[in-house]
Design a protein around this ligand. Structure first.
Ligand SMILES: [Zn+2]
Length: 412
């Protein structure tokens, strides 16, 4: 089944049903393989009523659906138009986010992770034309458990055992993927630590969720004219017309120079127009904290920086995400430090409680995998402007060299 087909993907032949866990939604992969069947009457009835329900009831009805039901509803022809004719832009964005986000079985905190994912995705769906295109083209978002490789999940199994070309990385340890089915991770949504050997954490405040969903917007949500705007802005940054040395132009991830020896070197956002757009979106949304893994320079972050440095992209970003994301957005992403402090506090309570009962056992921290900091990749030989085909899965940047303990930019 190709990428153009919507969730749920058919299970692999050897997919065994998972044992149910507490608070788990039914397995995404439990849907029967084969052609899509007629949705049951209860779902078409819900689709008819959905546009007229009060917002809270609409949200509650969507939250109660099984993943398979939610997907059947999301795929109903005409649903987006019916919703859009009755709902304001914000309500429409919230509703589409409830339709496209699924939480995989195995997520430790499915309620919190699902809420965080829908909130961040809804803030990126404020342009109703873009939200409509994404819903109708089958763009979906799947929250990956923090303790499982994304390649264990149905929509991403084709990536298992595969290397990401020219990066020294493998999809089995990468924590996020951008394509028609966007993979985002529980740990990045909640500021937790991944439990997958070989996977590492991102800086406090850096969102792989907004980065990966920006790829989905770029490829499946924008018009051709919008995509040309991105191409033009990317080329203008590569070839500055104001006399600056190209290596001194500031990108979302800093200059194209190594912090070690000052030599020209690409940063992650300058590698191609897709990473440029995704990191510019992160900067605009205030989720681009941390250090660029290729140059060692701090990333630029916050809408103020974008307003001053990305004139070619600014009108598009304002249309997509509003003119004041610092006021309207869901706030800081990937709260690593706050979550660690909270977890330690609860462990302290638990230890005290256990001692009081005389059954205290030390509660070890989950092992923090050592980030595999490979060699810094050499400067790419080419800058493909249209080279990445729509089917190519796009990873997030390599993790911050400092792991999850990055500093949050004051602008975030
Ligand atoms: Zn990317």
């Amino acid at each position: 089944m190709g990428e153009g087909t919507a969730l749920p993907a058919p299970p692999a032949p050897d997919a065994a049903p998972r044992a149910p866990r507490t608070e788990q939604p039914p397995a995404l992969n439990s849907a029967r393989p084969g052609p899509r069947t007629e949705p049951p009457a209860t779902l078409t009835e819900l689709a008819d009523r959905l546009p007229d329900l009060p917002a809270a009831e609409r949200t509650a009805r969507l939250a109660l659906l099984t993943p398979a039901e939610r997907e059947q509803l999301a795929a109903l022809p005409g649903l987006a138009a019916a919703l859009r004719s009755k709902l304001g832009d914000r309500e429409f964005a919230d509703t589409v986010a409830h339709l496209v986000v699924q939480v995989a079985p195995g997520v430790d905190r499915p309620v919190s992770a699902g809420h965080e994912a829908r909130t961040r995705i809804a803030a990126m769906l404020r342009d109703p034309a873009v939200a409509t295109r994404l819903l109708e083209q089958g763009a979906r978002v799947l929250v990956v458990p923090k303790d499982e490789a994304l390649t264990t999940l149905g929509p991403f199994r084709d990536l298992a055992g595969r290397d990401i070309p020219a990066t020294g990385r493998t999809w089995d340890t990468v924590r996020g993927v951008g394509r028609l089915n966007t993979g985002v991770t529980e740990e990045n949504l909640l500021g937790e630590t991944p439990g997958v050997p070989g996977a590492s954490s991102y800086a406090d405040g850096y969102s792989t969720t907004t980065h990966e969903f920006a790829h989905a917007i770029h490829r499946y949500g924008l018009s051709d004219a919008d995509r040309r705007t991105i191409t033009d802005a990317y080329r203008a940054k590569l070839h500055p017309s104001d006399g600056r040395h190209p290596a001194d132009v500031e990108w979302p991830d800093g200059p194209r120079r190594s912090a070690r020896d000052g030599q020209p070197a690409d940063n992650y956002s300058s590698t191609d127009e897709f990473e440029y757009f995704a990191q510019a979106v992160n900067a605009y949304l205030g989720t681009n904290s941390g250090t660029d893994p290729l140059t060692g320079h701090p990333r630029n972050n916050g809408p103020a920086w974008v307003r001053d440095n990305e004139p070619g992209l600014l009108p598009l970003l304002e249309r997509l995400f509003g003119t004041t994301p610092e006021q309207d957005g869901p706030g800081p992403a990937n709260p690593v430090e706050a979550t660690r402090a909270e977890n330690e506090m609860y462990e302290g309570f638990r230890a005290m409680w256990d001692r009081a009962e005389g059954v205290h056992r030390a509660q070890p921290h989950p092992p923090v995998p050592a980030p595999p900091q490979g060699r810094t990749p050499a400067v790419p030989a080419t800058h493909p402007v249209t080279g990445t085909g729509a089917e190519t899965p796009l990873p997030p940047p390599p993790a911050d060299p400092r792991g999850g303990v990055g500093r949050r930019s004051p602008k975030a």
